[in-house]
Design a protein around this ligand. Structure first.
Ligand SMILES: *[C@@H]1O[C@H](CO)[C@@H](O)[C@H](O)[C@H]1NC(C)=O
Ligand SMILES: *[C@@H]1O[C@H](CO)[C@@H](O)[C@H](O)[C@H]1NC(C)=O
Ligand SMILES: *[C@@H]1O[C@H](CO)[C@@H](O)[C@H](O)[C@H]1NC(C)=O
Length: 422
C-alpha cells in the first residue's frame, strides 16, 4: 500500500482525517497479524518451496531407462560427493550426521528441508539424503541446499530400479495368489513395504560402515524420514542429551520424536526403555551400532515388515533386555504424515508451538523410581506382524552392502546391480 496515494485519494474525496488514521491502523494490524510466525518459512528458506500439494513425480520408466539409471546410481554411490565441504569444512569424527530417508513425496520433503535450515548449529552437521527414488526434481531440491554439508546416496535395491523382479514386485512374490508355493504361508510379500525395511537397514549400514568418514566416526547419527519436520532446537537438545549420557551411563539411543501431546515440558529428558513410538528421530553412535550388528540376524530374520519393530526385537537381546533411551519429553521431530500436506502440517505445528519454550537453558533428565528402585516399563514383545518371510529378503538384509555376494555367472547386462539367487 502506497501511503502517498492513499493520502492523496483521501484528500481528493474529502474523507475525514480520523477515518484515515483508523484505516492505516487497521492495515498495520492486519500486516502484523499476517506476518508468518517466527519459524514458519523464513525469507531465506522460501527458495526450497517449489512444489505444491498436487505435485506428483514419477512415471513409468522403460527397461532401457531403468538400465541406464542403475548405472548412473552406481556411479553416484561410488563417488559419494559431499556438497558444500568448501564452505563448511570436512566431515570430522564427531560431526553429527542427520540422515533423511527420502522416497518421492517432494511436497513434504521440501518442508523438512525448510525445517532443517532453521536448526541452530546445522552448519556443523552433515545431511545425508538416502533416496529410494531417483528423480531430477528431488535432486535439484537437495543439491540446492546451502546451509550445511550434503551427501546424496541412492538405494540400489529399490522398486524403481527393479520394477519387474526382486527386490521389486516379482512374479514369485507371495502377493501373487496364483503362486502355488505360497499357499501355506498366509503371508504376503508387499514389495513396497519390504523396500522400506531394506532401505532403512541399508542406509544404517552405509553410514556406519561405508561413508568416507565411517572408519574413525564417533558422532551421533539421527535418522529422519521425508515426512518428518524438525524443530529448530534439535541439535541444541542433542548437546544436552549427550551431556546427560555422561551422568547416566549405558544410554544406547537418543530419541527426538514421539506422538505429539499438549503441555509437554520442553526442558525434560526421559530415561526409559526404547520402543517404536520413539522411532522418529532415533539416533545412536557407533558403539550402539556395533551392538546392533552383533544381533543382525534377529533384525533380518524376524518376520515383521517394520524396521522399528524388528529393532525392538533385536534390542530385547541386549544385556538388559532393552535399549536404554534418553528421549525429549516434548518431541523435536514431528510427523507431517497425518496431515493432508506438508504445508498444512507446518501451519498446525507452528500454531501449537506458539507458547512452547524451545531452546531451554537447562534440561533435567527424569527416571521412574519406586521404593524398590528403578522401574522400567518394558513393552511386551509383540509377535511379528508378518510380511517378511521371503528368504530373498532375509539374504539381502544379512548383507545389504553386498560385500560378500557377487554372482560372476550372470550375463554382463546385469553386472551393474547384484543379482539375487533364490
Ligand atoms: C537452485 O536454486 C536457484 C534459485 O532458486 C536456481 O536458479 C537453480 O537452478 C537451482 N539449482 C539447482 C542445481 O537446481
Ligand atoms: C503370478 O504367478 C504366475 C505363475 O508363477 C505368473 O504367470 C503371473 O505372471 C504372476 N502374476 C503377477 C502379477 O506377477
Ligand atoms: C557412543 O556414546 C557412548 C555414550 O555416550 C560413549 O561411551 C561411546 O564412547 C560412544 N562411541 C563412540 C564410538 O564414540
Amino acid at each position: 500500500m502506497n501511503l502517498k496515494r492513499v493520502l492523496h485519494k483521501a484528500r481528493s474525496k474529502n474523507i475525514p482525517f480520523y477515518i484515515l488514521v483508523l484505516f492505516l491502523f487497521y492495515i498495520a494490524l492486519k500486516h502484523f497479524s499476517r506476518r508468518p510466525s517466527a519459524g514458519l518459512v523464513p525469507e531465506n528458506l522460501r527458495q526450497y518451496l517449489r512444489f505444491n500439494e498436487k505435485h506428483t513425480i514419477g512415471g513409468e520408466l522403460t527397461d532401457s531407462e531403468v538400465d541406464r539409471l542403475r548405472v548412473q546410481v552406481e556411479i553416484l554411490n561410488t563417488e559419494r560427493r559431499v556438497y558444500n565441504e568448501k564452505r563448511f569444512g570436512r566431515v570430522l569424527p564427531e560431526t553429527t550426521t542427520i540422515v533423511v530417508q527420502a522416497h518421492r513425496d517432494v511436497e513434504r520433503l521440501q518442508y523438512l528441508i525448510v525445517s532443517l535450515g532453521q536448526v541452530r548449529y546445522i552448519e556443523d552437521a552433515v545431511l545425508v539424503f538416502s533416496h529410494s527414488y531417483y528423480h531430477p526434481e528431488i535432486n535439484s531440491l537437495v543439491r540446492n541446499i546451502t546451509f550445511c554439508k550434503v551427501l546424496q546416496v541412492f538405494f540400489p535395491y529399490s522398486l524403481q530400479l527393479h520394477p519387474h523382479q526382486f527386490p521389486g514386485a516379482d512374479p514369485n512374490d507371495c502377493s501373487n495368489s496364483s503362486n502355488a508355493l505360497c499357499g501355506k504361508l498366509n503371508n504376503e510379500r508387499n514389495a513396497r513395504d519390504a523396500e522400506r525395511k531394506q532401505h532403512w537397514w541399508w542406509t544404517a549400514n552405509l553410514i556406519f560402515e561405508h561413508a568416507s568418514w565411517s572408519y574413525t566416526y564417533r558422532g551421533m547419527v539421527i535418522f529422519l524420514e521425508e515426512d518428518n519436520y524438525v524443530l529448530p532446537d534439535l541439535l541444541h537438545m542433542l548437546k544436552y542429551a549427550q551431556r546427560s549420557v555422561t551422568f547416566i551411563p549405558q544410554v544406547d539411543v537418543i530419541s527426538f520424536g514421539r506422538t505429539y501431546a499438549k503441555d509437554l515440558d520442553y526442558n525434560l529428558l526421559t530415561i526409559e526403555a526404547w520402543r517404536p513410538p520413539y522411532d522418529k528421530g532415533l539416533s545412536f553412535n557407533k558403539t550402539t551400532w556395533r551392538k546392533i550388528v552383533s544381533w543382525l540376524s534377529v533384525f533380518c530374520m524376524h518376520d515383521d515388515i517394520s524396521w522399528s519393530y524388528s529393532l525392538l526385537h533385536l534390542f530385547s537381546r541386549f544385556p538388559k533386555g532393552y535399549a536404554e533411551m534418553a528421549a525429549c519429553m516434548a518431541p523435536r521431530v514431528l510427523s507431517t504424515g497425518m496431515f493432508p500436506s506438508g504445508k498444512k502440517a507446518v501451519e498446525v505445528i507452528w500454531k501449537r508451538l506458539e507458547y512452547s519454550k524451545l531452546y531451554p537453558e537447562s534440561v533435567s533428565a527424569v527416571m521412574l523410581f519406586s521404593q524398590h528402585g528403578r522401574v522400567v516399563r518394558k513393552t511386551r514383545l509383540p509377535p511379528g506382524s508378518g510380511g517378511w518371510n521371503d528368504l530373498r529378503d532375509h539374504l539381502l538384509c544379512l548383507d545389504p552392502l553386498m560385500s560378500t555376494i557377487t554372482d560372476p555367472t550372470e550375463d554382463e547386462s546385469t553386472t551393474t546391480s547384484p543379482v539375487f539367487v533364490t
